[in-house]
Design a binder for this molecule. Structure first.
Ligand SMILES: *Cc1c(COP(=O)(O)O)cnc(C)c1O
Length: 386
């Protein structure tokens, strides 16, 4: 489907709301029925229409149509957070005794889901190096029900071969799911590679303004309907109509934001690649990625997220560098208009920090909508402090 059509028109039945250009926020918890017969039909199958805003709502529906189309999926469910869009379907599709294969180093709360939460229900997870298909195949048992991917992940940017994993999974009747937050639907289309379920933190690029927490799950209608009618309604992690409206507003500029962010990130990465105080820059399209060819085949672009390692990256040096930045803000999250930095060492006690652990010295940078020269000047004055 045409991207301009999706972002500007799809799902917007303007004659239903006074031909207003901007969609309304249908701020209601419930919907009325005129006959018992209609009421009964709605109660029997909430997936078909509007009954109660813990389920569907007209503002949410516009968003669902656009998000499904962006992923080339049959349908979409939206959630009050990205992690709910990951947790709810996994709780819905697995049961006690099932096993999961998950790539190593996914998003932090995804790790906690698999390591701490699911074992309470008798579901166990094997973490594997997802860049190695042999290791993935070797981990499959007759209890494996789900292969969970995050390609690329958002700190070290490892990529998995989506088409090959999907073939392995399909031949054994195993479901596949991916966290596609890094690429967004504009830069990677996992469903086209045969992946069954695509989750995203809509908090990031889709909303794009650092003012909404939201999640999206896309896939086959039949699977999403089953999830909706059970765990989705039971767990109650629906998105509020007001936040759905902010997301619709964010989507209008998704394409131009991502274009600008990618262009600026390329300039900043080029500056960093030639900087004498930099050991290396990590991102899927970097020359040092062992799976560079695969990344270029699966992904259109990289967007604004990458990591750096300083030369002789002692803790004091990393802290001085991050503390010295004036415009690039130190904060969690990414995907908004503002450039951000997170040193991995902020998640470790000073005693835990190990100079020889490759993950400990990473500093993640997110490039927002500021000009490249403005950001480079900020980085340069921070380098000068080292
Ligand atoms: C932020 C993030 C999530 C979680 O999304 P929330 O909207 O914060 O719940 C999941 N995966 C990745 C890759 C993320 O960056």
């Amino acid at each position: 489907m045409n991207l301009s059509y999706i972002l500007n028109e799809l799902g917007e039945e303007r004659e239903n709301y006074f031909n207003a250009i901007a969609p309304p926020i249908i701020q209601t918890s419930n919907f009325k029925f005129n006959t018992v017969e209609h009421f009964r039909a709605a109660l029997a199958d909430e997936y078909q229409g509007n009954l109660y805003s813990r389920g569907f709502n007209p503002t949410i529906d516009i968003l669902r149509k656009k998000l499904a189309a962006l992923d080339g999926a049959e349908d979409a469910l939206v959630f009050s957070s990205g992690i709910a869009a990951i947790t709810v379907p996994i709780l819905a599709l697995l049961q006690s005794g099932d096993e999961v294969i998950c790539v190593e180093n996914p998003y932090s709360w995804t790790i906690k889901l698999f390591k701490n939460f699911l074992p309470k229900f008798g579901i166990t997870t094997t973490f594997i190096d997802g860049t190695d298909l042999n290791k993935l195949e070797a981990a499959v048992t007759n209890k494996t029900k789900l292969i969970y991917l995050e390609s690329p992940n958002t700190f070290s940017f490892d990529v998995q071969n989506l088409a090959a994993v999907s073939v392995i999974a399909k031949s054994r009747g195993i479901l596949t799911m991916i966290d596609n937050s890094y690429c967004s639907p504009l830069y990677q289309q996992p469903i086209a590679y045969g992946i069954d379920l695509v989750a995203q933190s809509a908090t990031k690029y889709l909303a794009g303004h650092s003012d909404v927490v939201a999640g999206v799950l896309t896939g086959k209608k039949e699977v999403l309907e089953k999830i909706f009618n059970n765990e989705y309604l039971n767990i109650g992690a629906a998105l509020a109509p007001q936040n759905a409206w902010l997301l619709l507003r964010g989507l209008r500029t998704l394409e131009i934001r991502l274009e600008k962010i990618s262009e600026t990130a390329d300039k900043v990465i080029n500056y960093l690649n030639h900087h004498p105080k930099i050991e290396r820059v990590l991102h899927p399209f970097s020359a040092t990625n062992k799976d560079l060819a695969l990344a270029k085949k699966q992904m259109k672009k990289c967007g604004g997220l990458f990591s750096i390692v300083l030369k002789n990256a002692q803790l004091e040096k990393i802290e001085t560098f991050c503390n010295s930045l004036k415009h690039i803000l130190m904060a969690v999250s990414w995907g908004g208009y503002e450039s951000l930095i997170i040193p991995a060492c902020a998640g470790l006690s000073t005693a835990e920090f190990d100079l020889n652990n490759k993950r400990h010295t990473l500093i993640r940078i997110y490039i927002g909508l500021e000009d490249a020269d403005y950001l480079i000047a900020d980085l340069e004055q921070a380098f000068d402090k080292l």
